[in-house]
Write a protein that binds this ligand. Structure first.
Ligand SMILES: *[C@@H]1O[C@H](CO)[C@@H](O)[C@H](O)[C@H]1NC(C)=O
Ligand SMILES: *[C@@H]1O[C@H](CO)[C@@H](O)[C@H](O)[C@H]1NC(C)=O
Ligand SMILES: *[C@@H]1O[C@H](CO)[C@@H](O)[C@H](O)[C@H]1NC(C)=O
Ligand SMILES: *[C@@H]1O[C@H](CO)[C@@H](O)[C@H](O)[C@H]1NC(C)=O
Ligand SMILES: *[C@@H]1O[C@H](CO)[C@@H](O)[C@H](O)[C@H]1NC(C)=O
Ligand SMILES: *[C@@H]1O[C@H](CO)[C@@H](O)[C@H](O)[C@H]1NC(C)=O
Ligand SMILES: *[C@@H]1O[C@H](CO)[C@@H](O)[C@H](O)[C@H]1NC(C)=O
Ligand SMILES: *[C@@H]1O[C@H](CO)[C@@H](O)[C@H](O)[C@H]1NC(C)=O
Length: 643
């Protein structure tokens, strides 16, 4: 049975093959001297390749033996792409006469099978870039390809199974500039393995199993990637040579101590995120660290470690730092008080620590634009804290326990509150999830706030003037999940406001808006709205593009304007499925789209009849009274006349 299952598809494919017209090579696309023959089920290059072809793309075909014949006896190639074939044999000496061949891509083949035969492929006379990635090569196998490759500058051995870099691995390829060994299982690098490579500037050893580098001495290297290994230690030699290293990625390792970097370094980018750092000291000793200066460092990522504190002396010699990420550690106090410190830093990410105290001195961090402090335990701050940061634009303070002061110093302000007024460049402020109780008047006056998130502060009491000063700047306002039953803050004066989120509150009426509003998206989901004020809906209609209205106890027949808007205007209601309304004739809420004018017509007629009856009655009563009155007057008149 099993055999039959196997045979059946085979038979089918034979039938299909015999049904095809006699063997005819599908045409490659030829553009000038470049031939594109990718994905055409070819076993070799077509015989009719134009003379002088320089680039041949034979990727994703079925080449098995790479010989002069499979390349149709052409030798003038500059660029050969044989990615994703079945190559398990290469004719020795094949590339010897290809004196123009610069780029050779042999990735995703079965060169491990060829390597088992222990034959060298012969000289790669002119090849500068060689891709041997994903070939199942293991330790020593690369030798058969690299033994004689004097021009090779760029080599990829990514995605193989190499466990050791031997001392002689690259001895036949001394021009190498860039080596990628990403995603192998390297455990060991023999001493001196890269020493003969004077031009080596880039080395990617990411995703291997390296546990330590003890005497790092590659002075000419510019980029070193050791991310995703099992590194517990990184030590440079104690030499006073100057190192050219610019980029060092040590992320996702197991280092308990800060790496010991070359004393004379030009490092610009250092990533030690996702390690086990418990302190910024090297080997837990203070004096070792102070020997190393980072004059050029621009980017330092120490996020996802176990740091408990960072003394400000750590930053003394980082006069170029622009980005500092220490998020997701256990820092409870962060203080930069020394004047002149961190003058170039633009972004500081301190999110998700356990910060309770934060201090910035005068004249520190004068270039800081973005400060991320979310997910901490901040409850009290110096009240003019952020006014000292003249460039600050973006503040993320959500998930803390802050209190907000009024714009002028005021004895009624809660102790430890922080002021946001007069932070002139502030554009983005997230204060959601802070258990905010009060929002005083003019809280954000004299800022440039464009986005303000005050969501998830249930019970927030907003002063009616709390948003004054934001009339011409505020574009996004988020007030969801605040348990607001009526907004006493006037939103109609916020002329720039385009996006507002009022979802998950207890609103029973819409905020007032007039024709000057420019609201484009409005979220009213999950409130207590029964009737939508028609004048407000009409005022909104000219600018509104998106409206969320689900989960409200709307009444079907008192919202015919809204119904009309949903059915006839360009406003998109993304949650229309959940917009239901209550109709007296149905026990269950009805989807708003199913409501028709007629459903409300009958009750409309009834109302009309009642109204007519009432009017007629009133008119009759008035008429009756008038008639009576007239009669009386007439009588009076007559009486007086007779008198
Ligand atoms: C490929 O080369 C090997 C060894 O020279 C030979 O045995 C085999 O038949 C060749 N296969 C094809 C498909 O040409
Ligand atoms: C090096 O080779 C890789 C893979 O073939 C290629 O992506 C990269 O652009 C090459 N770099 C240089 C500088 O030639
Ligand atoms: C280092 O390698 C990792 C994994 O391949 C990659 O995600 C990261 O971007 C590389 N780092 C640098 C600085 O190029
Ligand atoms: C702050 O750092 C964390 C972890 O490193 C990262 O996930 C987050 O995106 C960063 N935040 C910002 C706003 O860049
Ligand atoms: C650290 O924060 C910086 C800036 O916020 C960000 O660019 C980087 O991606 C973060 N690092 C990680 C590991 O998320
Ligand atoms: C503000 O922070 C909250 C997390 O509490 C997040 O869900 C929200 O998306 C942030 N707001 C903005 C506008 O980024
Ligand atoms: C602060 O803003 C108000 C308007 O909200 C303006 O009248 C006042 O002049 C501003 N104060 C300063 C010092 O710029
Ligand atoms: C929400 O407000 C109502 C009164 O409007 C109050 O009874 C309720 O406790 C509030 N809920 C929260 C979580 O503050």
């Amino acid at each position: 049975m099993a055999a039959f299952q196997l045979l059946f598809p085979l038979i089918l494919s034979c039938v299909a093959a015999s049904a095809r017209p006699p063997r005819h090579l599908p045409a490659c696309q030829v553009v000038q001297m470049d031939a594109f023959c990718s994905d055409l089920s070819l076993r070799s290059a077509p015989a009719d390749l134009p003379h002088g072809v320089q680039m041949l793309d034979l990727s994703r075909n079925q080449v098995q033996n790479l010989t002069q014949k499979t390349l149709a006896y052409h030798t003038g190639f500059h660029h050969l792409n044989l990615h994703s074939n079945n190559i398990h044999f290469i004719q020795p000496g094949l590339f010897k006469d290809m004196t123009d061949l610069k780029v050779l891509d042999l990735s995703k083949n079965h060169l491990n099978v060829f390597a088992l035969s222990k034959i060298n492929i012969g000289p790669l006379t002119a090849v500068e870039s060689l891709d041997l990635s994903n070939n199942g090569l293991y330790t020593g196998m690369s030798d058969y390809f690299l033994a004689d490759s004097p021009s090779l500058a760029n080599l990829s051995l990514n995605g193989n199974s190499i466990t050791k870099i031997a001392q002689n691995t690259f001895s036949g390829s001394s021009s190498l500039r860039k080596i990628s060994l990403h995603n192998n299982v390297i455990l060991e690098i023999e001493d001196g393995a890269f020493d003969s490579l004077d031009h080596l500037t880039e080395l990617d050893l990411s995703k291997n199993s390296i546990t330590c580098i003890t005497d790092f001495n590659l002075c000419n290297l510019k980029v070193l990637n050791l991310s995703k290994n099992s590194m517990e230690l990184f030590h440079s030699t104690a030499s006073t040579l100057s190192y050219k290293l610019l980029h060092l990625d040590l992320s996702e390792n197991k280092m308990p101590y800060f790496p010991l970097l070359p004393r004379q370094n030009m490092l610009e980018y250092l990533d030690v995120s996702r390690n086990h750092l418990q302190s910024i000291n090297v080997m837990g000793s203070l004096e070792k660290k102070t020997n190393v200066f980072f004059y050029y460092l621009k980017y330092l990522d120490m996020s996802y470690n176990q740091l408990k504190s960072i003394p400000d002396s750590f930053f003394y010699c980082m006069g170029s730092l622009e980005v500092l990420n220490v998020s997701n550690n256990c820092i409870s106090s962060f203080s930069i008080t020394n004047p002149g410190l961190l003058q170039t830093v633009k972004i500081i990410n301190l999110s998700y620590n356990s910060l309770q105290s934060l201090t910035f001195g005068e004249n520190t961090m004068q270039s800081l634009e973005k400060l991320f402090l979310h997910g901490n335990d901040l409850a009290t701050l110096d009240h003019q804290m952020f006014q000292r940061l003249p460039s600050i634009k973006h503040l993320q303070l959500q998930q803390n326990n802050l209190k907000i002061c009024s714009s002028q110093e005021n004895h009624e302000d809660p102790p430890g509150c922080v002021s946001f007024a007069f932070i002139r460049n502030l554009q983005f402020l997230n204060l959601s999830e802070n258990n905010l109780r009060n929002l005083p008047a003019n809280a954000f006056a004299n800022t440039s706030l464009m986005l303000l998130d005050l969501s998830l502060n249930p019970g927030l009491d907003m002063d009616k003037d709390s948003l004054s000063g934001l009339e011409h700047t505020l574009i996004h306002l988020l007030l969801s999940e605040n348990n607001i039953s009526s907004l006493n803050t006037d939103l109609s004066s916020l002329r720039s406001l385009k996006h507002i989120d009022l979802s998950t509150n207890q609103l029973t009426t819409l905020p007032m808006w007039n024709k000057d509003s420019s609201i484009e998206s409005l979220n009213l989901q999950n409130n207590n709205l029964v009737t939508l004020e028609s004048s407000t809906m009409l005022a909104l209609e000219h600018s509104l593009k998106t409206l969320y209205m689900g989960s409200n106890p709307l009444s079907c027949c008192s919202n015919l304007d809204f119904l009309h808007m949903v059915q006839h205007s360009a406003v998109v209601v993304p949650d229309i499925e959940t917009v239901t309304c209550v109709h007296e004739e149905y026990s269950e809420p009805v989807n708003i789209e199913k409501v028709t004018q007629e459903m409300c017509h009958r009750s409309g007629v009834q109302n009309y009849v009642i109204a007519v009856v009432v009017i007629v009655c009133v008119v009759m009563i008035v008429l009756g009274l008038l008639v009576k009155c007239f009669h009386k007057r007439k009588r009076k008149h007559i009486r007086s006349f007779t008198a």
